[in-house]
Design a protein around this ligand. Sequence first.
Ligand code: GLN
Ligand code: ZN
Length: 765
Amino acid sequence: MASHIVGYPRMGPKRELKFALESFWDKKSSAEDLQKVAADLRSSIWKQMSDAGIKYIPSNTFSYYDQVLDATSMLGAVPPRYGWNGGEIGFDTYFSMARGNASVPAMEMTKWFDTNYHFIVPELGPDVNFSYASHKAVDEYKEAKALGVNTVPVLIGPVSYLLLSKPAKGVEKTFSLLSLLPKILPIYKEVISELKAAGASWIQFDEPTLVLDLDSHKLQAFTAAYDDLESTLSGLNVLIETYFADLTAEAYKTLIGLKGVTAYGLDLVRGAQTLDLVKSNFPKGKYLFAGVVDGRNIWANDLAASFSTLKELEAVVGKENLVVSTSCSLLHTAVDLVNETKLDDEIKSWLAFAAQKVVEVNALAKALAGQKDEAFFSANAAAQASRKSSPRVTNEAVQKAAAALKGSDHRRATNVSARLDAQQKKLNLPILPTTTIGSFPQTLELRRVRREFKANKISEDDYIKAIKEEIKKVVDLQEELDIDVLVHGEPEITMQRNDMVEYFGEQLSGFAFTVNGWVQSYGSRCVKPPIIYGDVSRPKPMTVFWSSTAQSMTARPMKGMLTGPVTILNWSFVRNDQPRFETCYQIALAIKDEVEDLEKAGINVIQIDEAALREGLPLRKSEHAFYLKWAVHSFRITNCGVQDTTQIHTHMCYSNFNDIIHSIIDMDADVITIENSRSDEKLLSVFREGVKYGAGIGPGVYDIHSPRIPSTEEIADRINKMLAVLETNILWVNPDCGLKTRKYAEVKPALNNMVAAAKLLRTQL
Ligand code: GLN
Ligand code: ZN
């Protein structure tokens, strides 16, 4: 009985690769230094897997930046603007594509399926001259072999590579990416031949696009590609690896019909129906790589449950042909639990990071082979049982309250236009009211205070005093700029992307935080998602002190600032012992308590950010409606109890709304502020819906992601374009996201021009 790992995190247990990369980019260390760190990481990973007893150990899953960019390099598909002149692609060209250079911006980056990993999108047109330009896959295979490990080299499959690409500039509308298949396959053949010559006996093609909604033309491309590769692949065992969702019956049929393929890797954690497909029809003599250990989460596997699934599969595919595997690459989980010094033993016993998952996979394989490690299995069973019965996990009152939400609909009693009227009486805002999204620049002084407080160098009183002073500065500045609805600037919320979540998670029960539980987001960037392990409740108010302090400094309305339940959920490791929507409802109830306390404290405008609502959208269209229904319901739960006069804002950071506009309307917020920096045209149709809807809309009037300061005329022009499709009385004027990444030298003039533009237009209306 054999074991296999689909892929492994590259960053290292303490983000060694991140620091080596950043030091290299800053010219503080040499290419050799970076290569040395990378080689050490690779060899320790291979050693760890071979020590654990894993039979099929992957290579070429390491990357200096991104595995899709590695494939682009392998194929020599460098966009001409990077000035590459052929030959083996080196760090210069590679990192220019990834990060841009002094004269050329980086290639586009986008989310890898529904994970928080981002890949560099290949840009392909009819003129690309493919050539074998990076021997990384072969080099890494040889490197491992020299260390005594005969690995399974991993390549992104040719069809997934093309389906994940975008047409180059100029041919966007006309070009069929799949038409490039005959041009890239010869390069794949060169790589395969070299791997064979180097001694490889297995090869893994990752073809995760097989789980998407594919038409027959796309499915046909898989058949054609592997038909063409068949003779080159002969003599090799070929694994096609799929992950992240169920396969449709058609996709499964295509998969098991591929020529020259000997093994299929399936995600059995997310793909519950895939199991039925396998049971009903599995080709004789082929291998099944059964992904039973979850690569997307940090929970210890329920070994007894997996073991019985594997037993069932064994009866279908045969003892010799069943390989125990992970559901997907372990890239999407944290690296090693050993480095968690702050989690208590009970919680730790419930968890498994990548290093522990490797051990689980092997334990399952050994058990199937009749060598069950009884001690390991019973420790695991005890941990599963303790998780089920722990009072830290279950809070009956929360369970009951969340269960009571199901099946019923929670929304504010009055419709939005009546509410806006009531609010206007109280707030008395001008037309085209101005506001910002929440955060203000993070100053060096603020960072110093925070650092010193965390290091116990200054007292809590001093810390609070410093934050209050910062809030006062931000409030004074906004008054000076004459902004209508103020924010407190979020100085108490720290700097990283998911701090919007961490700040709230730390104050809610049911959350745990790791010290080193980093997951690669893109390049050298990592996030450290909180772990939701138990029923969520809010022991005491979280933001009321700061918001009311800020409100006391001004006569203008001060927006309370909260992160919404869906965003908290989507940026956390979520418990797997109840459906996601149940956890989301619990968070919604906790946020509801906060919203109501803010209202009681005299905060009349409350913004509930749902930056990540769209990120949770399932891969398959058939599942969208269900997700959107409970996600939007969760948002409404947070504010269904407020008075008409309390104005609820929400903010979202993505501009691609068209497909979910009805859900956004159904959130029933009073005002939505949205990012709008890159896609005016698309948003117009959304605005038209907005007119019917009647709620306030604040499409960002300038791009905060750039240091450029927009002029008054430019902003006025932008607002005018919006006014052409929107009613005057629903339009808000605001930047397109929070200002925390900008400097005051940029923010002050930009906001000044924004307010001037709003005032100018008010006189003309
Ligand atoms: N209120 C948050 C801020 O201004 C919103 C951040 C976000 O949309 N990602 O920083
Ligand atoms: Zn935003």
